[in-house]
Design a protein around this ligand. Structure first.
Ligand code: SF4
Ligand code: SF4
Length: 723
C-alpha cells in the first residue's frame, strides 16, 4: 500500500512540476504582449453575458456542434472528461484505501452509471475521431484535407493517450468488481461489469494485482496527458475558455478594431513612430489576447476548409497563419523573455529567429509570406467557423497595417485606388458630380441635400461609390430608388457630398486614409442631421458601406441608425406598400454577400424579397448563409490582381451554374461586379447560357412591379397601395 502511495504521489509531484513550469513560461510569454485593457474591461462589465457565453460555447459546445459528427464526438469527449474527474478522485482515494468512496455520493448507483456511460462516450468519440482523421489524411487528400499543415503526429499521440485513460479505467473498475472493492452497485456500472465478467475467471489474486496496477497506470497516463497538454495543441483544453471569454462580442466579425498602441487608440496626429506600435510588425506587437489566440488553436482546420483563398489554391490558410505565428512566437520566446544583457548570450538559433521579418518572402526568411496576407478577402468564414473564437482577420489586417503604414509594402496595383480615394473620394477617381448621373436617368425627382435633411424626409440614401459610379451597380441603385418612390418612402441623397466610407483603405491596411475619409463623412452626416436619435435613418445598398457606417463610424464618434436596402424593401413588401404580383418565371439563386450575411447576420430579408416575387423558383447554393462563399472582392481584393490559383468569383459562379439558374441575385454592388465578370467569362467560354444574369434582388423586385405597371398601366401611387 505504501509503495502505491509513494509511486502515485511521486508521479503527481513530477507531472505537476513539469506542467507547472511550462504553464509559468506560457503565462510570461502571453503577458509579454501588448496590453488590451478593453478586453478585460468588457469581460468585467458584462459578467452575465460572459457566464452565458461560457455556458453555451464551452459547456454547450455550440460552435463545435455546427459540424454534427465531429462536434458530437468532441462534445462526448469533453463532457466525458468532466464526469471522469470523479474517477480520478476515486483513483487517488484508492491509493490510501481500497474501499474508498467519494463522501456523500460515492455509493450512488447513478454516479456509477454516468461514469461508465461517459467512459463509453469518450471511447466512441475517439473511434469517430480516428475515422475522421483516416478519411481526411493530408497525405492522401492533400490541400483538400482540413488537417493539411496540422501537427498530425501529436494529434494521434493524444488520441491514443485518451484511449489509454479509458481502457485503464475500465480494467481497474472491472477488477474492483471482482475483488469486492467497487463502490457502486455492479450492474449499474455496465461497462465495468462487462470487463469484470471477462476478468472473473482469472480469480481474486490476479484481479487484486490488476486493480492495483491499473489504478497506478491510469494515474500515470492521466498525468502524462497533463504534461503533453501543456506542450501541444491540446493547450486549448485550458486556454479555450479564456480565449472565448476575452474575444470580441458578439464576435470578431463586422467592424475592424481601431489601431491601438500601448492599449490606447492611436491618434495619428500625436503618434510617435519611435515609440508607438503601428499594426503588427513583430510578433511582440500582438496583444496578450493575440498571443492567447495562437496558443488556443486546436489545429482542427475548420477555418482552412472554408477559406475561399485556400479553397481556390492561394497560399493563404488562416490556420497556417496562426500556426506559423505560434511556432515563431515559441521559438522567439527565449529572446522576448530575456533581459537586454542576457539576449547577447542566447544561442544563435534563437537570435536568428528573433531577427526574422514577420512578413517576408522565403528568400527573406519571413515568417508569413506577403502573398498570404494580401490574399485575404476578409470574408469572415474563418472567424465564423473557429470553435475557440480566434480572430484571424485582426491578425491579418494588423500585419497589413504595418506593411502599408511603416514599410510602404503592398501590391502596387492598389496605389491608384488609394490615390483616387485621397484626391477624389472614390476608388475610380471620377469627378464628384458624376455621383449625380444615375439620378438624371430616372423619371422622378430625387432630392439632393445641400444642408440638413428636411423634417418630412425620413431616410438618407447612402448610395456608395459603386452604386453611384459603376454601370452595373447603378442599375441596382436606380431600382432601389424606383421602389422607394413607388412605395412612397421619402428619401434624399448626398450626391457630390458623399465620399467613399474608407472601407477599401481600411481593409487594405491604410488606417490613415480611412480615418481621413471617415472623419469627413461623419461631419457630413452629422451636418445633414441624420445622427442616431434624430429619428432619421440611413439606407445603405452596399454592405461594405452598411458595415462601416453602422459599426465602424462609432469608433470616430459617428452613430447612425443604418438599414440595408434589402431590410427596408422586405419590410415594405411585408407592410403591403410594395406588392409584386406579376410573375417572374425564373429559377433564382441568391449569393450571400459576406459583409451583409456573415459579418452582419442579414440573411432573411433578401430571401423574403425573392420569395415574395410570384413565379420565382428559389434554390440555394450548397454554400449559403453562414457558410456562404465569398465573391472575392472584400478585404480590398476588388482592387488587387488575382494571380494565383482559380479565381474566387469563378469558383462561386461554378457553384451557381451547377443549379442551372436563370438569374443569380445578390445584394451588394461588389458581388454584382465580381459575379458578373465571372458570368461573362463563362459565357465567353460557352459554359453559361447567354441569358444568364447577375442582378440585385431590388432589380428582381422592380421587374415584378414594373411588369404589373405595364399591364395595368397604373401610375405610381404615393402610398404604394395596389402595387
Ligand atoms: S477572412 Fe476569409 S479569406 Fe481571409 S483568411 Fe479568413 S476565410 Fe480566408
Ligand atoms: S484557428 Fe480555429 S478553426 Fe482554425 S484550426 Fe485553429 S482552432 Fe481550428
Amino acid at each position: 500500500m505504501l509503495a502505491r502511495v509513494i509511486i502515485g504521489l511521486g508521479l503527481t509531484v513530477i507531472a505537476f512540476a513539469v506542467a507547472g513550469r511550462r504553464v509559468w513560461w506560457l503565462g510570461r510569454l502571453a503577458f509579454s504582449g501588448q496590453p488590451a485593457p478593453e478586453r478585460v474591461a468588457y469581460a468585467r462589465s458584462h459578467p452575465g453575458r460572459e457566464a452565458e457565453t461560457q455556458l453555451t460555447e464551452v459547456i454547450g459546445q455550440r460552435k463545435l456542434l455546427k459540424w454534427s459528427v465531429p462536434g458530437a464526438a468532441h462534445a462526448a469527449t469533453f463532457w466525458g472528461f468532466i464526469v471522469l474527474l470523479l474517477t480520478i478522485i476515486e483513483a487517488y482515494g484508492d491509493l490510501f484505501s481500497r474501499t474508498f468512496a467519494i463522501p456523500g455520493i460515492g455509493h450512488w448507483a447513478f454516479i456509477g452509471f454516468i461514469e461508465d456511460l461517459f467512459a463509453v462516450g469518450v471511447l466512441a468519440g475517439i473511434v469517430t475521431f480516428t475515422v475522421i482523421r483516416v478519411r481526411n489524411n493530408p497525405r492522401t487528400e492533400g490541400r483538400r484535407s482540413r488537417f493539411f499543415g496540422s501537427h498530425t503526429r501529436a494529434a494521434w499521440v493524444v488520441l491514443w493517450m485518451i484511449a489509454a485513460v479509458i481502457v485503464t479505467l475500465l480494467i481497474y473498475r472491472g477488477a474492483q468488481q471482482n475483488t469486492g472493492t467497487f463502490p457502486y452497485p455492479h450492474a449499474w456500472a455496465f461497462a465495468s461489469w462487462v470487463v469484470a465478467q471477462i476478468l472473473h475467471p482469472l480469480g481474486y489474486g490476479v484481479n487484486s494485482v490488476l486493480e492495483a496496477t491499473f489504478i497506478l497506470l491510469q494515474l500515470a497516463v492521466v498525468l502524462t496527458f497533463l504534461v503533453i497538454v501543456t506542450y501541444s495543441k491540446h493547450l486549448h483544453i485550458g486556454l479555450a475558455p479564456l480565449n472565448i471569454m476575452f474575444s470580441r462580442r458578439p464576435n470578431a466579425l463586422g467592424p475592424l478594431e481601431p489601431m491601438r498602441s500601448g492599449g490606447k487608440v492611436l491618434d495619428f496626429e500625436e503618434a510617435d513612430p519611435d515609440v508607438d506600435v503601428f499594426g503588427i510588425g513583430k510578433v511582440e506587437d500582438l496583444t496578450w489576447k493575440g498571443l492567447l489566440d495562437l496558443g488556443t488553436c486546436t489545429e482542427c482546420g475548420r477555418c482552412q476548409s472554408q477559406c475561399p483563398a485556400w479553397v481556390t489554391g492561394k497560399p493563404l490558410s488562416p490556420k497556417q497563419v496562426i500556426l506559423d505565428l505560434r511556432d515563431h512566437a515559441f521559438a522567439k520566446a527565449p529572446y522576448l523573455l530575456a533581459t537586454e544583457e542576457d539576449r547577447a548570450t542566447l544561442p544563435g538559433a534563437v537570435k536568428a529567429e528573433a531577427e526574422r521579418p514577420l512578413v517576408g518572402t522565403a528568400e527573406e526568411n519571413g515568417v508569413i509570406d506577403p502573398e498570404v496576407i494580401w490574399s485575404c478577402t476578409n470574408c469572415g468564414a474563418c472567424v465564423n467557423e473557429c470553435p475557440v473564437d480566434i480572430e484571424h482577420i485582426d491578425h491579418i489586417n494588423g500585419m497589413r497595417r504595418h506593411q502599408v503604414l511603416v514599410e510602404s509594402a503592398f501590391p502596387q496595383e492598389a496605389t491608384t485606388m488609394l490615390n483616387n480615394l485621397e484626391r477624389r473620394g472614390n476608388p475610380w477617381g471620377m469627378a464628384e458630380d458624376k455621383r449625380l448621373d444615375w439620378i438624371t436617368e430616372l423619371d422622378f425627382e430625387v432630392p439632393v441635400l445641400d444642408g440638413r435633411i428636411p423634417d418630412d424626409v425620413e431616410y438618407l440614401y447612402w448610395v456608395g461609390c459603386a452604386g453611384a459610379l459603376e454601370d452595373r451597380a447603378k442599375k441596382a441603385t436606380k431600382a432601389i430608388a424606383e421602389l422607394l418612390h413607388v412605395a412612397g418612402v421619402k428619401f434624399a441623397v448626398l450626391g457630390p457630398m458623399e465620399a467613399c466610407t474608407g472601407d477599401p483603405a481600411r481593409r487594405l491596411g491604410n488606417e490613415f486614409v480611412f480615418q481621413m475619409l471617415a472623419q469627413q463623412n461623419v461631419e457630413t452626416l452629422n451636418e445633414a442631421g441624420v445622427a442616431a436619435g434624430t429619428g432619421k435613418k440611413v439606407i445603405a445598398s452596399c454592405p461594405h458601406c452598411f458595415n462601416t457606417i453602422s459599426r465602424e463610424y462609432p469608433q470616430l464618434g459617428g452613430n447612425y441608425e443604418v438599414i440595408h436596402h434589402t431590410q427596408l424593401l422586405a419590410r415594405l413588401v411585408e407592410d403591403g406598400r410594395l406588392t409584386p404580383v406579376s410573375a417572374v418565371e425564373e429559377k433564382i439563386t441568391y449569393h450571400d454577400p459576406c459583409f451583409l450575411g456573415r459579418h452582419n447576420q442579414v440573411y432573411t430579408p433578401p430571401r423574403s424579397i425573392i420569395d415574395a416575387v410570384p413565379g420565382t423558383q428559389a434554390e440555394e447554393m450548397h454554400r449559403c448563409k453562414g457558410k456562404g462563399f465569398c465573391c472575392g472582392a472584400g478585404g480590398a481584393r476588388m482592387w488587387l490582381e488575382e494571380r494565383t490559383g482559380k479565381r474566387i468569383n469563378e469558383e462561386r459562379i461554378d457553384e451557381a451554374l451547377a443549379l442551372d439558374p436563370d438569374t443569380v441575385t445578390t445584394a451588394c454592388p461588389y458581388c454584382m461586379v465580381m459575379l458578373g465578370d465571372a458570368v461573362n467569362a463563362k459565357k465567353a467560354a460557352g459554359q453559361a447560357k447567354p441569358e444568364l444574369e447577375v442582378i440585385d434582388v431590388a432589380q428582381l423586385l422592380v421587374r415584378s412591379i414594373k411588369l404589373r405597371e405595364q399591364t395595368a398601366s397604373a401610375a405610381p401611387n404615393e402610398e404604394g397601395a395596389g402595387l
